[in-house]
Write a protein that binds this ligand. Structure first.
Ligand code: FES
Length: 107
């Protein structure tokens, strides 16, 4: 289980406990959190699970694969240095306390 905070563009946030195994994207979907569309179901194809990792987080996230890197160039909201696809972020105890910012739009 890991506590994940999803911060919405309007400044509000939703904090949930996400069971392991899961992804940060699935954590949003199973908790009915708006702002993550995940049209491709988690196969790093659609870019509609785009999030910005909170800059204050120094948590051990996995390296970005080439396919994720490619998809992030086509997201609806601008790509930033802290952009990731939430479907490519496995939930584990090591990322307990992760904060992700949801973009203004996913499509
Ligand atoms: S769910 Fe489609 S890229 Fe993540």
């Amino acid at each position: 289980m890991a506590k994940i905070t999803y911060r919405h563009p309007n400044g509000t946030e939703t904090v949930v406990d996400v069971p392991v195994p899961n992804t940060v994207m699935r954590g949003a979907k199973i908790n009915n959190i708006d702002g993550i569309e995940a049209q491709c179901g988690g196969s790093a194809q659609c870019g509609t699970c785009h999030v910005y990792i909170d800059e204050a987080n120094a948590l051990p996230l996995p390296e970005m694969h080439e396919s994720e890197d490619d998809v992030l160039y086509g997201t609806a909201a601008p790509r930033r240095a802290n952009s990731r696809l939430s479907c490519q972020l496995p939930v584990s105890e090591e990322i307990d306390g992760l904060v992700v910012h949801l973009p203004e739009t996913q499509s």
